[in-house]
Design a protein around this ligand. Structure first.
Ligand code: FE2
Length: 382
């Protein structure tokens, strides 16, 4: 395991992190936008199953001809679901090729123009140059660059805006069906890229966005009997944005990353990890609303405490909900993964509760990947 000691690495990273020298200061994830076949129904799923609140809408009624977008929110997490009525549009082409998937990983910045200039001058491919949008609540400036696959990063400057989301959107009436489940913020977003492409995209985040490598996992860390993958985690200076990048590795059978690439028809966002302060309640709630999770065998819990040491939670409660635990030098974390949330085996979610740990649950990889492989086998894709 060629793992950089994450505690030291993070400390070094943050010591070096003089915000005045950071050419791309990021304040956090602004929103994540999905292009989908039916935005109204996708938003309804996230409102009922994941407890998001519908806060804003844009569509023909608000002057958006030919498309509609629904904005849902839970604490700091904002998701946008967009669909197009025009079969010739770029949105429809995206949905046709990829199925429902993430188009935009939007980053909250203080200066969108500078973010665009600094990244494009370092080699980012610009997609939309800085543009201002105004309404009675103020001004938003956005600019977008391309990243892996057809995914893009949009820099969002909202310091002069007081509206609910963006110009062009209207606030929706109070959402009476949404009941929050304690999701707080986006912990990390993982990208799957093709064979031999991981280092290229890691270098992109290093060179173009000034990120640093936090962790490296090679195929010996992340392999089961059959399938394998490699992963590197990049993070920005203040650690608010973390992007693990995976690529497939050779195994006896098909890597789960290869299955994703085959069904997404290219590189894209694999999973979004969202944080909670009470994973037992959050997951019990999600299960009662019909969200499906990956299953690990009972044997995972038999020697759990020997592996992770003392924890605050009752093992029987964790076992009942199938929640996993891992420890690193700084503490421990609890995590669980949903099954894909669309029909293609593509995007899924991780629910994570950090109790000091800053890592990603390496100790659970084997159990998890065996679980993913059982699902892959059921789909005839192993
Ligand atoms: Fe993750």
């Amino acid at each position: 395991m060629e793992i950089l000691d994450q505690a030291n690495q993070l400390a070094a990273l943050h010591k070096d992190n003089d915000p005045s020298k950071d050419f791309l200061p990021l304040l956090g994830t602004d929103y994540i936008e999905f292009y989908v076949g039916n935005a109204k129904q996708a938003a309804y799923f996230y409102r009922t199953a994941f407890g998001f609140e519908l806060i804003a809408y844009a569509g023909p009624e608000t002057g958006h001809r030919g498309k509609s977008s629904y904005v849902v929110k839970q604490d700091k997490i904002v998701l946008v679901f967009t669909t197009s009525f025009d079969p010739e549009s770029e949105i429809s082409a995206h949905v046709n090729l990829h199925g429902d998937g993430v188009k935009v990983l939007a980053l909250w910045v203080d200066d969108a123009k500078k973010s665009y200039e600094e990244t494009t001058k370092r080699g980012a491919e610009g997609l939309y140059p800085p543009a201002s949008q105004k309404d009675e609540f103020g001004e938003i400036i956005t600019a977008s660059i391309k990243t892996y696959g057809e995914t893009i990063h949009t820099f969002v400057e909202r310091k002069n805006y007081k509206g609910v989301f963006m110009p062009g959107f209207i606030a929706t009436p109070k959402d009476t069906i949404s009941k929050p489940i304690g999701l707080k913020y986006v912990d990390h977003c993982v990208g799957n890229v093709g064979w031999g492409e991981m280092n290229k995209w890691v270098k992109f985040y290093e060179d173009v966005m000034g990120f640093k490598i936090l962790l490296t996992f090679d195929d010996k860390d992340i392999s089961t009997e059959y399938s394998a993958l490699m992963s590197k985690v990049v993070s920005n200076g203040n650690g608010y944005i973390k992007f693990p990048i995976n690529e497939p590795a050779e195994g006896k059978k098909k890597s789960q990353i290869e299955e994703y690439i085959e069904f997404y028809k290219g590189a894209g966002v694999q999973h979004i990890a969202v944080a909670t302060d009470n994973i037992l309640e959050t997951v019990a709630d999600m299960r009662s609303r019909g969200v499906e999770f990956l299953v690990v065998p009972e044997s995972y819990y038999e020697d759990l405490l020997e592996r992770v040491g003392k924890i605050d939670e009752d093992v029987a409660a964790l076992r009942k909900l199938n929640i996993l635990v891992d420890r690193d030098p700084e503490g421990y974390l609890l995590q669980i993964f949903t099954k894909p949330v669309e029909d293609r085996p593509t995007v899924f979610y991780e629910i994570i509760q950090r109790k000091g740990a800053t890592s990603f649950g390496k100790g659970n990889f084997k159990a998890l990947f065996e679980s993913i492989e059982r699902e892959q086998a059921l789909r005839g894709n192993l």
